[in-house]
Design a protein around this ligand. Sequence first.
Ligand code: PMP
Length: 755
Amino acid sequence: MDIPALLKAHFKLEIQEVVPLEGYGSSNYRVDTGNGQFVLKRYRDDDDRRRLLETESKVLKELSGLKYDFPDEVDTIFLPNKNADNEVLRLHRYLQGEFLAQVSHTTALLHSFGRFLGQMDRKMAKVDAHKIGAREISWDLRYFLRNQELQSCIPAPEDRRIVDYFFLQYEEHISPIRHKLRKSLIHNDANDWNVLTRDGKVSGIIDFGDMCYSWLINELGVAVTYVMMGKEEPLEAAMALIQGYHGVHPLEEQELDLLYYLVGARLCTSVCNSAYSKLQIPDSSYITISEKPAWSLLRKWLSINPIKATNKFREAAGFKPIKYPEARKQKKRRNEVLSKSLSLSYTDPIQMYRSAFQYMYDTEGNTYLDAYNNIMIVGHCHPSVVRAGQRTMARLNTNTRYLYEEILSYSERLLETFPRELNKVFLVNSGSAASDLALRLAKCHAAKEKIAVLEHGYHGNTQTGIRVSHYKYAADGGGGKDPNVIQLPLPQVYGSNLTDDGTAGTYFANEALRLLVPEEHKVAAFIAEPIVGCGGQVPLPKGYLRTIYREIRKQGGVCISDETQVGFGRLGEHFWGFEAYGVVPDLVVLGKPMGNGHPIGAVVTTEAIARSFESGPEFFSSFGGNPVSCAIAEAVLEVIQHEGLQEHARMVGDYLKNRLLALQKEFPVIADVRGSGLFLGVEIRTADGSPGTEIAKEIKNQLRHMHILVSTDGPYDQVLKIKPPLTFANRDADQLCRAIKVILEQDNYDLAKKK
Ligand code: PMP
């Protein structure tokens, strides 16, 4: 039977027009009759539906006492079908008004929305909910984790990881206290296409199809999410709503303290279901109506410090903000227990509390864009990495004297990224331990003592590490150069009057050979970074390494590439730095990004070098190569490959470098922009060409106050170092460059003064 016939037969209505409406879980129609307008909902009849409709009837009856519009039930008919599913037809009153989505959101409107929801929830709390108490729907934030199975429908890995981050945070923040949360019957879908308005105020709500017996705060979790979409200042919108709600239906502090993560959960529920629905019904615009604004708010949500959001939510309800110990007091405590030889960044140090991908959150509610931490290569708190650690730590942690899978699968996978001749791995716990071991292996294999190093190089904090690090031994109180160290000039193209077409490489290689040749047959190893980080992000000139490697090998020594900073795809074009120069080292030192912040380092070497070492005492490290570290490191490698982060580093790195080069044209203090991928250096010089130490420091500190993190390095601390997590995007590059421009413009650097 068609709809008009059904309506006539079962509701005795004379139909003027039937207009199909969008719907989710039912077929909906607007029915115009001589006696007014109605909404017909047509459902499949089953036990769950009956329980829901029964509760809905009770709720609508209870709500009819309020001075708001609800879709009162006119009549309900159960239709048995012989050859198909049984059906239910329910006729509701049709409500007039404009949807919240169609009107401008004044503070008064949002406040009235909060009051409305609060009053509705107070009434709903009185309804016997036992019939739907066991309802489990993926739109109920209590069952948010169910949406994990839809995550794979999201096509872009950079989107998937954000969703996964909120799954992880839900497990961290919400799961442990779920049993403590107040429960109530809630509408659970106060989105802006369900909420009606009239005369600048909320007048009612439709669609109780997602109603469930859930945590009371989830009502706001949903409502707040939708009112924040598309807003310049989303937290202000949320505050108006919360204030209105709290005024009629008081909230608890612990409920508001979860709201940040519940909003994240609702946004993720929405985008997961949109992604799933798109695969099922590619041309449905209704199901995916909020997809774009949801993604946009989700990305924005990550850039909002959870502490800031939570304290705003608290403020709206009149609760005191959560306070953390003052930075000043923490600094004092620190000085009591830690040596001052550990430095703090910035004139005004930051007390960090949480982090997510390229963002770091301090205890004051600020969000910092991290353009500096090359360790967090796949992003702070990347969920795949965190979980790999959690999972393995809960299962097994032991050492290399046992057989276990993690060390094998990781070593195999790591070696796949190297040329074939580099086929043995030693796992340790830091870059320093790795460079120390690499030098030991080198000396053992070459049976010689001398080590050739580059000026301004840094290779680690052990005795040996310091001995080969000009950056440290040549510093004040650094102890000076060891007689067994051969110090080669930093082959820096910038400032040399040479070009990087091979001329500079030849020139600097010849300079080095002058120092190396007389040491014939005494050099065990040459160690260098492919781009000298502590030297101020200095790329080696073309052809340089080739000549040096040839000479070292001719003398019976070995070549070490310290990839601690640049490795794992950061350079964009190449996964390992040595590849950029067409050489293959004998030993490679790995660290920093290898575990995305978890302490793991490695030496990768050849069969022959490993064999030489085997004739000596056993090598053992209590922690090196433990299953937890290996699982974490494997997750890092997996994420880099799976999310295409090397290519991303190339694209964003090129984009950023070009923007920096454009700034160089505008501001003469920028003397050089160098590096590759997301490992860049900006050399600052004063007008007379001397190192711009003070200016660089000023820029760094001003950026910190604009909530962007970079560091400075180089012989005079005159180079801005930019080496962000590889989740850094073009818009982050824009933010960074805009800020640098503002600083340089505002100070109009009187370079003579700032020398
Ligand atoms: N080598 C290089 C090139 C480094 O930059 C560092 C750390 N800055 C190390 C080795 C030592 O690594 P770690 O601090 O993990 O011991």
